[in-house]
Design a protein around this ligand. Sequence first.
Ligand code: FMN
Length: 340
Amino acid sequence: MTSKLPELINKPLIIGSKKIENRLILAPMTYLGHVAFRELLDESGSRNLMFSEMCSAGRLPHENRRTSGYFKWRDQETRRLIIQIVGSDPDRMALAAQRIETEGFFGVDINLGCSAKGICRHQQGAALLKSPQIAVEIVRKVRRAVQCPVTVKFRTGWQDDSQFPVSLAVRLQDAGADALTFHPRVAPDRRARHPKWEYIGLVKQAVRIPVFGNGNVFDEHDCLKMMESTDCDGVALGRIAIARPWVFTQWGSDDPSPDDLHRRTAMRLLTLTEKHFDPLKGLRRYKRYASYLAANFAFGNSLFNKIRIAADYEQIEAILTAFFDTNPAVLKRPNMHFMR
Ligand SMILES: Cc1cc2nc3c(=O)[nH]c(=O)nc-3n(C[C@H](O)[C@H](O)[C@H](O)COP(=O)(O)O)c2cc1C
Protein backbone atom coordinates (compact mmCIF):
# COMPACT_ATOMS: atom_id res chain seq x y z
CA MET A 1 0.00 0.00 0.00
CA THR A 2 1.16 3.51 -0.77
CA SER A 3 1.26 5.15 2.65
CA LYS A 4 0.30 8.72 1.69
CA LEU A 5 -2.62 7.68 -0.51
CA PRO A 6 -5.23 7.01 2.22
CA GLU A 7 -5.01 10.52 3.62
CA LEU A 8 -5.37 12.00 0.14
CA ILE A 9 -8.33 9.94 -0.99
CA ASN A 10 -10.27 9.27 2.22
CA LYS A 11 -11.49 12.77 2.81
CA PRO A 12 -14.72 14.56 1.97
CA LEU A 13 -15.11 16.93 -0.93
CA ILE A 14 -17.85 19.45 -1.63
CA ILE A 15 -19.30 19.44 -5.14
CA GLY A 16 -21.81 22.24 -5.54
CA SER A 17 -24.53 21.70 -2.95
CA LYS A 18 -23.46 18.12 -2.11
CA LYS A 19 -20.63 16.28 -0.41
CA ILE A 20 -18.78 13.08 -1.25
CA GLU A 21 -16.76 11.13 1.31
CA ASN A 22 -13.96 9.84 -0.88
CA ARG A 23 -11.88 11.22 -3.76
CA LEU A 24 -11.86 8.21 -6.11
CA ILE A 25 -14.73 8.15 -8.57
CA LEU A 26 -15.84 5.85 -11.38
CA ALA A 27 -15.27 7.50 -14.78
CA PRO A 28 -18.09 7.28 -17.34
CA MET A 29 -17.65 4.33 -19.69
CA THR A 30 -20.17 3.27 -22.31
CA TYR A 31 -20.96 -0.47 -22.28
CA LEU A 32 -18.77 -0.92 -19.19
CA GLY A 33 -20.03 1.27 -16.32
CA HIS A 34 -23.58 -0.08 -16.53
CA VAL A 35 -26.11 -0.92 -13.85
CA ALA A 36 -24.87 -4.51 -13.39
CA PHE A 37 -21.28 -3.39 -13.02
CA ARG A 38 -22.32 -0.74 -10.51
CA GLU A 39 -24.24 -3.32 -8.49
CA LEU A 40 -21.02 -5.32 -8.38
CA LEU A 41 -19.23 -2.25 -7.02
CA ASP A 42 -21.91 -1.83 -4.38
CA GLU A 43 -21.51 -5.44 -3.32
CA SER A 44 -17.76 -4.94 -2.97
CA GLY A 45 -18.52 -2.27 -0.35
CA SER A 46 -17.71 0.75 -2.52
CA ARG A 47 -19.76 3.83 -1.72
CA ASN A 48 -17.87 6.08 -4.09
CA LEU A 49 -19.32 8.51 -6.59
CA MET A 50 -20.01 6.99 -10.01
CA PHE A 51 -20.70 8.29 -13.50
CA SER A 52 -23.25 6.56 -15.69
CA GLU A 53 -22.66 5.56 -19.27
CA MET A 54 -23.19 8.41 -21.71
CA CYS A 55 -26.91 9.02 -22.32
CA SER A 56 -28.41 10.89 -25.26
CA ALA A 57 -29.86 14.19 -24.05
CA GLY A 58 -32.41 14.13 -26.87
CA ARG A 59 -33.89 10.82 -25.74
CA LEU A 60 -33.47 11.18 -22.02
CA PRO A 61 -36.57 13.22 -21.09
CA HIS A 62 -38.80 10.36 -22.34
CA GLU A 63 -36.49 7.42 -21.74
CA ASN A 64 -37.98 4.44 -19.91
CA ARG A 65 -35.53 3.05 -17.36
CA ARG A 66 -36.99 -0.46 -17.70
CA THR A 67 -36.32 -0.73 -21.44
CA SER A 68 -33.38 1.66 -21.91
CA GLY A 69 -29.91 0.19 -22.44
CA TYR A 70 -28.08 3.10 -20.82
CA PHE A 71 -30.46 5.11 -18.63
CA LYS A 72 -30.93 2.24 -16.23
CA TRP A 73 -30.26 2.26 -12.51
CA ARG A 74 -31.10 0.76 -9.14
CA ASP A 75 -32.84 2.97 -6.60
CA GLN A 76 -30.10 2.24 -4.04
CA GLU A 77 -27.45 3.96 -6.18
CA THR A 78 -29.38 7.07 -7.25
CA ARG A 79 -27.75 9.39 -4.74
CA ARG A 80 -24.22 8.36 -5.70
CA LEU A 81 -24.73 8.42 -9.43
CA ILE A 82 -24.05 11.26 -11.84
CA ILE A 83 -25.80 10.83 -15.17
CA GLN A 84 -23.67 11.87 -18.10
CA ILE A 85 -25.45 13.44 -21.05
CA VAL A 86 -24.27 14.00 -24.58
CA GLY A 87 -25.84 16.43 -27.02
CA SER A 88 -25.31 19.75 -28.74
CA ASP A 89 -28.49 21.72 -28.21
CA PRO A 90 -28.38 23.75 -24.97
CA ASP A 91 -32.18 23.66 -24.49
CA ARG A 92 -32.38 19.90 -24.95
CA MET A 93 -29.46 19.42 -22.58
CA ALA A 94 -31.30 21.54 -20.01
CA LEU A 95 -34.46 19.44 -20.37
CA ALA A 96 -32.47 16.24 -19.92
CA ALA A 97 -30.85 17.72 -16.82
CA GLN A 98 -34.29 18.45 -15.35
CA ARG A 99 -35.29 14.81 -15.73
CA ILE A 100 -32.03 13.80 -14.03
CA GLU A 101 -32.74 16.12 -11.13
CA THR A 102 -36.34 14.93 -10.83
CA GLU A 103 -35.17 11.33 -10.53
CA GLY A 104 -32.99 12.34 -7.56
CA PHE A 105 -29.51 11.65 -8.94
CA PHE A 106 -26.41 13.21 -7.41
CA GLY A 107 -25.95 15.37 -10.47
CA VAL A 108 -25.61 15.78 -14.20
CA ASP A 109 -22.41 15.57 -16.21
CA ILE A 110 -21.87 17.11 -19.63
CA ASN A 111 -19.80 15.13 -22.10
CA LEU A 112 -17.19 17.23 -23.90
CA GLY A 113 -14.80 14.34 -24.39
CA CYS A 114 -16.22 11.57 -26.53
CA SER A 115 -14.36 11.55 -29.84
CA ALA A 116 -16.23 8.65 -31.45
CA LYS A 117 -17.11 9.49 -35.07
CA GLY A 118 -20.84 8.81 -34.58
CA ILE A 119 -20.95 11.40 -31.78
CA CYS A 120 -18.68 14.07 -33.30
CA ARG A 121 -20.57 13.91 -36.59
CA HIS A 122 -23.53 15.44 -34.73
CA GLN A 123 -21.35 18.17 -33.18
CA GLN A 124 -21.57 16.44 -29.80
CA GLY A 125 -18.98 15.27 -27.25
CA ALA A 126 -15.44 16.32 -28.13
CA ALA A 127 -16.70 18.07 -31.28
CA LEU A 128 -17.97 20.82 -28.95
CA LEU A 129 -14.34 21.60 -28.10
CA LYS A 130 -14.21 23.11 -31.60
CA SER A 131 -17.12 25.40 -30.66
CA PRO A 132 -16.38 26.30 -27.05
CA GLN A 133 -19.03 29.04 -27.03
CA ILE A 134 -21.72 26.35 -27.51
CA ALA A 135 -20.16 24.19 -24.79
CA VAL A 136 -20.25 27.15 -22.42
CA GLU A 137 -23.84 27.94 -23.37
CA ILE A 138 -24.82 24.33 -22.62
CA VAL A 139 -23.33 24.59 -19.15
CA ARG A 140 -25.05 27.92 -18.56
CA LYS A 141 -28.47 26.60 -19.58
CA VAL A 142 -28.10 23.36 -17.64
CA ARG A 143 -26.96 25.35 -14.60
CA ARG A 144 -30.09 27.51 -14.77
CA ALA A 145 -32.32 24.47 -15.20
CA VAL A 146 -31.26 22.52 -12.08
CA GLN A 147 -30.13 22.91 -8.48
CA CYS A 148 -28.13 19.66 -8.31
CA PRO A 149 -24.40 19.59 -9.09
CA VAL A 150 -23.45 20.16 -12.72
CA THR A 151 -20.13 18.69 -13.78
CA VAL A 152 -18.23 18.58 -17.06
CA LYS A 153 -15.85 15.99 -18.45
CA PHE A 154 -13.51 17.27 -21.13
CA ARG A 155 -10.28 16.71 -22.99
CA THR A 156 -7.34 18.85 -24.02
CA GLY A 157 -8.99 19.85 -27.28
CA TRP A 158 -8.18 18.98 -30.89
CA GLN A 159 -4.63 20.32 -30.75
CA ASP A 160 -1.94 19.89 -28.16
CA ASP A 161 -2.16 23.33 -26.61
CA SER A 162 -2.16 23.59 -22.82
CA GLN A 163 -3.78 27.03 -22.86
CA PHE A 164 -6.98 25.82 -24.46
CA PRO A 165 -8.14 23.51 -21.64
CA VAL A 166 -7.05 26.06 -19.05
CA SER A 167 -9.11 28.87 -20.51
CA LEU A 168 -12.03 26.54 -21.25
CA ALA A 169 -12.00 25.31 -17.63
CA VAL A 170 -12.32 28.90 -16.40
CA ARG A 171 -15.20 29.57 -18.80
CA LEU A 172 -16.98 26.36 -17.74
CA GLN A 173 -16.57 27.35 -14.11
CA ASP A 174 -17.86 30.85 -14.77
CA ALA A 175 -20.86 29.37 -16.61
CA GLY A 176 -21.78 27.45 -13.45
CA ALA A 177 -19.99 24.08 -13.48
CA ASP A 178 -19.49 22.68 -9.95
CA ALA A 179 -16.63 20.30 -10.79
CA LEU A 180 -14.55 19.20 -13.76
CA THR A 181 -13.12 15.87 -14.84
CA PHE A 182 -10.18 16.45 -17.12
CA HIS A 183 -8.66 13.81 -19.40
CA PRO A 184 -5.54 15.49 -20.80
CA ARG A 185 -5.40 13.92 -24.24
CA VAL A 186 -6.22 15.51 -27.57
CA ALA A 187 -9.47 14.29 -29.08
CA PRO A 188 -7.97 12.51 -32.10
CA ASP A 189 -5.84 10.39 -29.75
CA ARG A 190 -8.38 8.05 -28.25
CA ARG A 191 -6.09 6.46 -25.67
CA ALA A 192 -2.84 5.65 -27.47
CA ARG A 193 -0.33 8.16 -26.10
CA HIS A 194 0.33 8.92 -22.46
CA PRO A 195 -1.97 11.68 -21.20
CA LYS A 196 -0.20 14.93 -20.28
CA TRP A 197 -0.84 14.99 -16.56
CA GLU A 198 0.96 18.32 -16.22
CA TYR A 199 -2.04 19.92 -17.97
CA ILE A 200 -4.24 18.69 -15.10
CA GLY A 201 -2.05 20.75 -12.76
CA LEU A 202 -2.49 23.82 -14.97
CA VAL A 203 -6.28 23.41 -15.04
CA LYS A 204 -6.38 22.89 -11.27
CA GLN A 205 -4.40 26.08 -10.67
CA ALA A 206 -6.76 28.09 -12.86
CA VAL A 207 -10.10 27.26 -11.20
CA ARG A 208 -11.74 27.29 -7.76
CA ILE A 209 -14.02 24.29 -8.32
CA PRO A 210 -12.84 20.68 -7.75
CA VAL A 211 -10.88 19.04 -10.55
CA PHE A 212 -10.75 15.26 -10.99
CA GLY A 213 -7.72 14.07 -12.92
CA ASN A 214 -8.21 11.21 -15.35
CA GLY A 215 -6.12 9.04 -17.63
CA ASN A 216 -3.78 6.06 -17.24
CA VAL A 217 -4.04 5.57 -13.50
CA PHE A 218 -3.53 1.82 -13.19
CA ASP A 219 -2.28 1.33 -9.65
CA GLU A 220 -1.91 3.07 -6.31
CA HIS A 221 1.46 4.53 -7.26
CA ASP A 222 0.01 6.13 -10.39
CA CYS A 223 -2.84 7.50 -8.32
CA LEU A 224 -0.54 9.04 -5.71
CA LYS A 225 1.70 10.43 -8.43
CA MET A 226 -1.21 12.05 -10.25
CA MET A 227 -2.59 13.58 -7.05
CA GLU A 228 0.77 14.83 -5.79
CA SER A 229 2.10 16.11 -9.10
CA THR A 230 -1.07 17.90 -10.19
CA ASP A 231 -2.72 18.76 -6.86
CA CYS A 232 -6.02 17.55 -8.35
CA ASP A 233 -8.90 17.09 -5.90
CA GLY A 234 -9.65 13.51 -6.87
CA VAL A 235 -9.14 10.88 -9.53
CA ALA A 236 -11.66 9.42 -11.97
CA LEU A 237 -10.75 5.78 -12.55
CA GLY A 238 -11.69 4.29 -15.90
CA ARG A 239 -10.32 1.05 -17.27
CA ILE A 240 -8.58 -0.13 -14.11
CA ALA A 241 -11.92 0.00 -12.28
CA ILE A 242 -13.33 -2.42 -14.85
CA ALA A 243 -10.33 -4.76 -14.78
CA ARG A 244 -10.10 -4.67 -10.96
CA PRO A 245 -13.36 -3.35 -9.51
CA TRP A 246 -12.07 -3.68 -5.94
CA VAL A 247 -9.74 -0.70 -6.44
CA PHE A 248 -12.27 1.57 -4.72
CA THR A 249 -12.18 -0.40 -1.50
CA GLN A 250 -8.60 -1.71 -1.67
CA TRP A 251 -6.60 1.37 -2.56
CA GLY A 252 -5.73 3.17 0.58
CA SER A 253 -6.50 0.13 2.73
CA ASP A 254 -4.23 -2.47 4.35
CA ASP A 255 -6.62 -5.38 3.84
CA PRO A 256 -5.07 -8.09 1.68
CA SER A 257 -7.13 -9.06 -1.39
CA PRO A 258 -8.39 -12.65 -1.33
CA ASP A 259 -6.78 -14.89 -3.96
CA ASP A 260 -9.98 -15.75 -5.77
CA LEU A 261 -11.11 -12.14 -6.29
CA HIS A 262 -10.75 -12.27 -10.08
CA ARG A 263 -12.78 -15.45 -10.31
CA ARG A 264 -15.55 -14.30 -7.98
CA THR A 265 -15.77 -10.93 -9.71
CA ALA A 266 -16.01 -12.39 -13.21
CA MET A 267 -18.65 -14.92 -12.15
CA ARG A 268 -20.71 -12.43 -10.17
CA LEU A 269 -20.72 -9.88 -12.98
CA LEU A 270 -22.00 -12.58 -15.31
CA THR A 271 -24.95 -13.25 -12.99
CA LEU A 272 -25.68 -9.54 -12.53
CA THR A 273 -25.46 -8.85 -16.27
CA GLU A 274 -27.98 -11.62 -16.92
CA LYS A 275 -30.23 -10.17 -14.21
CA HIS A 276 -30.30 -6.63 -15.63
CA PHE A 277 -30.17 -7.08 -19.42
CA ASP A 278 -31.79 -9.14 -22.11
CA PRO A 279 -29.36 -11.67 -23.63
CA LEU A 280 -28.51 -9.52 -26.65
CA LYS A 281 -27.60 -6.41 -24.67
CA GLY A 282 -26.10 -8.38 -21.78
CA LEU A 283 -23.80 -10.61 -23.82
CA ARG A 284 -22.59 -7.60 -25.76
CA ARG A 285 -21.68 -5.87 -22.52
CA TYR A 286 -20.07 -8.89 -20.90
CA LYS A 287 -17.92 -9.46 -23.98
CA ARG A 288 -16.66 -5.87 -23.71
CA TYR A 289 -15.83 -6.48 -20.06
CA ALA A 290 -14.01 -9.71 -20.98
CA SER A 291 -11.24 -7.73 -22.60
CA TYR A 292 -10.51 -5.95 -19.30
CA LEU A 293 -10.79 -9.20 -17.35
CA ALA A 294 -8.33 -10.84 -19.75
CA ALA A 295 -5.90 -7.94 -19.24
CA ASN A 296 -5.18 -9.27 -15.75
CA PHE A 297 -3.62 -12.54 -16.86
CA ALA A 298 -0.40 -13.63 -18.51
CA PHE A 299 -2.36 -15.75 -21.02
CA GLY A 300 -5.50 -13.64 -21.10
CA ASN A 301 -5.80 -13.81 -24.88
CA SER A 302 -7.05 -17.42 -24.79
CA LEU A 303 -9.74 -16.43 -22.27
CA PHE A 304 -10.78 -13.39 -24.28
CA ASN A 305 -10.89 -15.21 -27.59
CA LYS A 306 -13.19 -17.87 -26.18
CA ILE A 307 -15.58 -15.48 -24.48
CA ARG A 308 -15.71 -13.30 -27.58
CA ILE A 309 -17.36 -16.05 -29.61
CA ALA A 310 -19.47 -17.61 -26.84
CA ALA A 311 -23.14 -18.04 -27.74
CA ASP A 312 -24.73 -17.63 -24.32
CA TYR A 313 -24.21 -17.12 -20.59
CA GLU A 314 -23.85 -20.87 -19.92
CA GLN A 315 -20.96 -21.12 -22.35
CA ILE A 316 -19.25 -18.15 -20.75
CA GLU A 317 -19.65 -19.67 -17.31
CA ALA A 318 -18.06 -22.90 -18.51
CA ILE A 319 -15.18 -20.96 -20.12
CA LEU A 320 -14.58 -19.02 -16.90
CA THR A 321 -14.67 -22.18 -14.79
CA ALA A 322 -12.18 -24.00 -17.00
CA PHE A 323 -9.90 -20.96 -17.12
CA PHE A 324 -9.83 -20.29 -13.40
CA ASP A 325 -9.37 -23.99 -12.59
CA THR A 326 -5.93 -23.69 -14.19
CA ASN A 327 -4.93 -21.10 -11.53
CA PRO A 328 -3.86 -18.53 -14.15
CA ALA A 329 -0.92 -16.26 -13.34
CA VAL A 330 -2.09 -12.74 -12.47
CA LEU A 331 -0.08 -9.82 -13.85
CA LYS A 332 1.02 -7.06 -11.50
CA ARG A 333 -0.14 -4.43 -13.98
CA PRO A 334 -2.83 -5.24 -16.55
CA ASN A 335 -1.76 -5.98 -20.12
CA MET A 336 -2.36 -2.76 -22.07
CA HIS A 337 -3.13 -4.68 -25.23
CA PHE A 338 -6.55 -5.49 -23.73
CA MET A 339 -7.14 -2.12 -22.09
CA ARG A 340 -7.89 -0.07 -25.20
C1 FMN B 1 -14.83 1.51 -23.46
C2 FMN B 1 -14.79 2.94 -22.99
C3 FMN B 1 -15.94 3.69 -23.01
C4 FMN B 1 -15.90 5.04 -22.61
N1 FMN B 1 -17.05 5.76 -22.59
C5 FMN B 1 -17.04 7.05 -22.15
C6 FMN B 1 -18.24 7.79 -22.03
O1 FMN B 1 -19.35 7.28 -22.29
N2 FMN B 1 -18.15 9.08 -21.61
C7 FMN B 1 -16.95 9.67 -21.32
O2 FMN B 1 -16.92 10.84 -20.94
N3 FMN B 1 -15.80 8.97 -21.39
C8 FMN B 1 -15.82 7.68 -21.79
N4 FMN B 1 -14.66 6.96 -21.81
C9 FMN B 1 -13.40 7.58 -21.39
C10 FMN B 1 -13.12 7.30 -19.91
O3 FMN B 1 -14.06 7.92 -19.07
C11 FMN B 1 -11.72 7.81 -19.52
O4 FMN B 1 -11.63 9.17 -19.80
C12 FMN B 1 -10.59 7.09 -20.28
O5 FMN B 1 -10.80 5.69 -20.31
C13 FMN B 1 -9.22 7.39 -19.64
O6 FMN B 1 -9.22 6.99 -18.29
P1 FMN B 1 -8.50 5.61 -17.83
O7 FMN B 1 -7.09 5.66 -18.34
O8 FMN B 1 -8.60 5.62 -16.32
O9 FMN B 1 -9.25 4.49 -18.46
C14 FMN B 1 -14.69 5.61 -22.19
C15 FMN B 1 -13.53 4.83 -22.16
C16 FMN B 1 -13.57 3.50 -22.54
C17 FMN B 1 -12.31 2.66 -22.45
